[in-house]
Design a binder for this molecule. Structure first.
Ligand code: AMP
Length: 173
């Protein structure tokens, strides 16, 4: 039987030489696998009182939105610098293949919010760490993280606080 892993394609040397890009579009176009993935990313958080799901720009949005609906929570986009139209908190980060800054609207959270952070890939952990710092800066509590794919050999987990972390697929090579 095919597994979630079979729907993630390796694209060598994209977006730059030496990076193996993980293309999740084959998974997204398959309803059953997409649904199975969303259930997997959400289920451990179902009884944790999650009120907001953060999706990280840009493929994180595709996974965070259905997770938010399933969890009965709101969706907060964390976007690349300059894309959000109102006042933001901003955090610099370094990911596997570039440096950038990410923003979140200053009024995206209330102090009682319990937050799940969702992205497609956990590589070095720089991006997810920056999202974590933003949520804290905005005054809410991060309950956990969900990733479609974890590149275990880059040890991104080490950048993140202890606590629930779900990866639908862990790849150590
Ligand atoms: P990092 O900050 O190194 O953990 O990188 C994670 C972020 O960069 C996520 O938002 C991913 O979408 C993207 N990313 C990093 N490495 C890859 C990869 N090999 N394939 C696809 N996306 C990646």
């Amino acid at each position: 039987m095919a597994s979630i892993k079979d729907y993630i394609l390796d694209v060598p040397d994209f977006p730059k030489k030496g990076v193996v890009f993980k293309d999740i579009t084959p998974l997204l176009i398959n309803h059953d696998v997409f649904q199975e993935t969303i259930i997997l990313l959400s289920k451990d958080f179902q009884n944790k009182g999650i009120t907001k799901v953060v999706g990280i720009d840009s493929r994180g949005f595709l996974l965070a939105a259905p997770c938010a609906l399933l969890l009965g929570a709101g969706l907060v986009p964390v976007r690349k610098k300059g894309k959000l139209p109102r006042e933001v908190f901003r955090q610099a980060y370094q990911c596997e293949y570039h440096n950038n800054e990410i923003d979140v609207h200053k009024d995206a959270f209330t102090p009682s919010d319990k937050v799940l952070i969702v992205d497609d890939v956990l590589a070095t952990g720089g991006t997810a760490r920056a999202a974590y710092e933003l949520v804290k800066c905005a005054g809410a509590e991060v309950i956990g993280f969900s990733f479609l794919l974890e590149l275990g050999f880059l040890n991104g987990r080490a950048q993140l606080p202890n606590g629930p972390l779900i990866s639908a697929v862990v790849n150590y090579q």
